[in-house]
Design a protein around this ligand. Sequence first.
Ligand SMILES: [Zn+2]
Ligand SMILES: [Zn+2]
Length: 372
Amino acid sequence: MPKSVSIQFLGTSSAQPSLTRNTSSLAIIIDGFSWLFDVGEATQHQLNKFKNIKWGKIDKIFITHMHGDHVFGLPPLLCTLSNNLNEDLARRPIEIYGPSGLRKFVYNSLSLTHSHLKRGYIVHELLFPDDPIDSGNPFEPNEFEQSGENIQMTIDQNNNRSWKIIDEEDYIVSAAPIEHSIPCLGYVINENPIPGNINIELVKPILMRNKDALGLKNPMELLKKLQQFQCLTMPDGTVIEPPQRRPGRKIVILGDTFDPSGIIHLAMDADVLVHEATNSLTSDDPERTIYEDVEKRSIENGHSTSKMAGKFAARINAQQLLLNHFSHRYKGDSEAIMNEIKQAAIESFGNNHVICTYDGMIIQIPIRKEVN
Ligand SMILES: [Zn+2]
Ligand SMILES: [Zn+2]
């Protein structure tokens, strides 16, 4: 059975919270388990408010960059995740991935505040070639930090730069550098191919008529092998082919950026692209403002307009574009203004699958229909 995958936006404001939006955080929820991407200040308030994510089901955290609006909520969240543990959770450390400096930030924040966790954590740093290798902490080692990996960037023959982070049975997670005012990462979550539907009406009679020769009480248990893409040869010579594979889902989550082209080699044909849209030309701007000036200012600050996000979504042939990280100057979040921001992205994307996300919003990611 394909797993259910959804994204919940926990904070969609840039730089500082507004009355309607908190600072950056979102969760990918896979069959109830949650991976958080960025943990802005008060992310745990958002988790309390929306009640969709169970604390004990958060087991991985990914940080895009070290700006405060993306990490200030991490140390207190780790403290809260230490509460109400069962034995299994207490044994399983939380894995945290992010750029150079993250390990020191977490360790120092927890040590200087005399925080004692009951659940361990591990920080894995994704290092750029010039980054120092963090060989330990300035404080005494404590019982709740376990040593993490220093993951070096790989550069292929086409000069594409990336980090392979996780390679599990169901998912591969990679990252690549994107351009912002400080070192910044984009993450790509690739689901491995999913088995197609087995034609039971066709397969069942074949299995049943070979039941005795197979020596199996319940030959239907062989369906599992078909789902693992294995071919079955029956004692009577019939060959049952496994169902065709369906491509897994690809989710691309970018940190703040004015130029994410460094991730194109990983991000092509994404099912979902989450892209910041800090700025946009809207009817709230002074009368003589032109788009080119808004874009220029945005790039100077390391950010994108919604039009730039749409262009990038078209460039990687994304199916859907989810915009976040909106400037807090869009006061009151008027529907009309958010619609203008969205329309600018639709025009440059050439596709109307664009959503201006809001805090608490949940988006299901369906599996693709086509067969390889
Ligand atoms: Zn930011
Ligand atoms: Zn930033």
